[in-house]
Design a protein around this ligand. Structure first.
Ligand code: NDP
Length: 447
């Protein structure tokens, strides 16, 4: 390992040993920058690795709100403003009981390189709360979002920090957050992306992450003269990313045979077509029900309680789209021995490091999240542009920009991997290509 990389990693591990997801992400990024550090001494000279691994600002706050029974509830609120070298902080808000600072630092850190890869001027950030929207009424979700924004508003702004959705934050939550921001500040500036179409949103934003991960997979497959046509595809999750990844795969001629949620997995060997997907969208986005209902509704579908889709059925392409660390080493081995040739990560860091090793050793086309799922934030960037111009682009225009951006990201990762002497390694390629632009900007901007 490069000595500079080893030194910074050791410092990080001794400073915050409890932030395991952040350390996992930092280790992956820094290790893959070893070759670049050997070739370019300027990054060490300007202490770029020490600086880029520490957020510029971390905001922690109390969120107190009243539930439907009139009881006071208290949650932790966070915003990690990680790096603004190339533009305003940009990254989603996650509402999930597992949220803590280490998880948000991992997500914010990944976001720096992802946003850089899009080619758009966006820095990296992430935020959220340990609030659990599951089982809460609409009124309680609104009360929470308003209380969250009562503190967050003073730290964000169209040219400062522009949050978006993530796990547990979709159109409903963005609406309540944006509504409260407007009430407090008396402005209609673009302070969140993922907005509704009637109040400043962009066409294709809901679809962007899932479509983008599918486009990225298609680009990887093309390098081997292959495509989605006739391929069986496993998808985890059944939320925003999973739903639209499934739709695009079907459009491109693939057969999606799984979806999941945190309670279990459904396997449908006949394939999840557009009609079945409509059922899933109504189930998840309107009724907020459990994926198990799919198996009750469609004959031939099977429900696997407490299971993830990996290894349940053979598939050539895998689009993990639920959460971090959802594929371990054994899962990866099962996928490879079941014929998997391509993994494109809709979720952030869904594969554990040992699983990534299995994919790389098995010559699987492996697209890490920071490249493969960058389509969501890319279209958020396009939403910011449309808001600034006070224009709305057509769905066709946004989709074609998205496709273009995903193709460019693929090319940048592919070429950076080749230049690094590790052809076909998209982990190295994405980290190097994403890092360079931010690091060089940090040097230009001074200490
Ligand atoms: P949603 O909240 O819409 O959906 C998340 C899905 O994953 C749900 O089906 C959820 O099940 C499942 N899930 C969440 N946590 C767990 C867990 N611990 N174990 C098993 N299943 C789980 O979120 P998104 O679709 O927006 O996000 C999914 C992933 O994609 C995340 O990693 C996110 O960071 C990433 N991502 C999202 C982007 C976006 O634009 N939305 C952009 C880039 C990345 P349940 O309903 O039971 O909780």
């Amino acid at each position: 390992m490069n000595a500079y990389v080893a030194k910074v990693l050791n410092q990080l591990k001794s400073n915050q040993p409890w932030e395991k997801e952040f350390l996992q992400a930092a280790e992956e990024v820094l290790e893959s920058l070893g070759g670049l550090m050997d070739r370019e001494s300027k990054y060490e000279k300007y202490s770029i690795l020490e600086r880029i691994t520490v957020p510029e600002r971390t905001i922690l706050f109390r969120v107190s709100w009243l539930d439907d029974a009139g009881n006071v509830q208290v949650n932790n609120g966070y915003r990690v403003e990680f790096n603004s070298a190339i533009g305003p902080y940009k990254g989603g808000l996650r509402l999930h009981p597992s949220v803590n600072l280490g998880i948000l630092k991992f997500l914010g850190f990944e976001q720096i390189f992802k946003n850089s890869l899009t080619g758009l001027p966006m820095g990296g950030g992430k935020g959220g709360s340990n609030f659990d929207p599951k089982g809460k009424s609409d009124n309680e979700v609104m009360k929470f979002c308003q209380a969250f924004m009562n503190e967050l508003y003073r730290h964000i702004g169209a040219n400062t920090d522009v949050p978006a959705g993530d796990i547990g934050v979709g159109g409903r939550e963005i609406g309540y957050l944006q509504g409260q921001y407007r009430k407090i500040t008396n402005t209609s500036e673009c302070v969140l992306t993922g907005k509704g179409l009637n109040w400043g949103g962009s066409l294709i934003r809901p679809e962007a992450t899932g479509y983008g991960a599918t486009y990225f997979a298609e680009e990887m497959l093309k390098t081997r003269g292959e495509s989605f046509a006739g391929k069986t595809v496993l998808i985890s999750g059944s939320g925003n990313v999973a739903q639209f990844a499934a739709r695009k795969v079907v459009e491109l001629g693939g057969k999606v045979v799984s979806l999941s949620d945190s309670s279990g997995t459904i396997i449908d060997k006949d394939g999840i077509d557009e009609e079945k997907l409509q059922f899933v969208m109504e189930l998840k986005n309107v009724r907020r029900g459990r994926i198990k209902e799919y198996a009750d509704k469609f004959t031939g579908a099977e429900y696997l309680e407490d299971k993830r889709p990996w290894g349940a059925v053979s598939a050539e392409v895998v689009l993990p789209s639920a959460t971090q660390n959802e594929i371990d080493e054994d899962d990866a081995k099962a996928l490879v021995s079941n014929g998997c040739v391509c993994v494109s990560e809709g979720a952030n860091m869904p594969s554990m490091p040992e699983a990534v090793e299995v994919f790389l050793a098995g010559n699987v086309l492996y697209g890490p999240g920071k490249a493969a799922n960058a389509g969501g934030v890319a279209v958020s960037g396009l939403e910011m542009s449309q808001n600034a111009m006070r224009l709305n682009w057509t769905a066709e225009k946004v989709d074609s920009e998205l496709k273009n951006i995903m193709t460019n990201i693929h090319t940048a990762c592919f070429e950076a991997a080749e230049e690094n002497g590790t052809p076909g390694n998209y982990v190295n390629g994405s980290n190097i290509a994403g890092f360079r632009k931010v690091a060089d900007s940090m040097i230009d901007l001074g200490v």
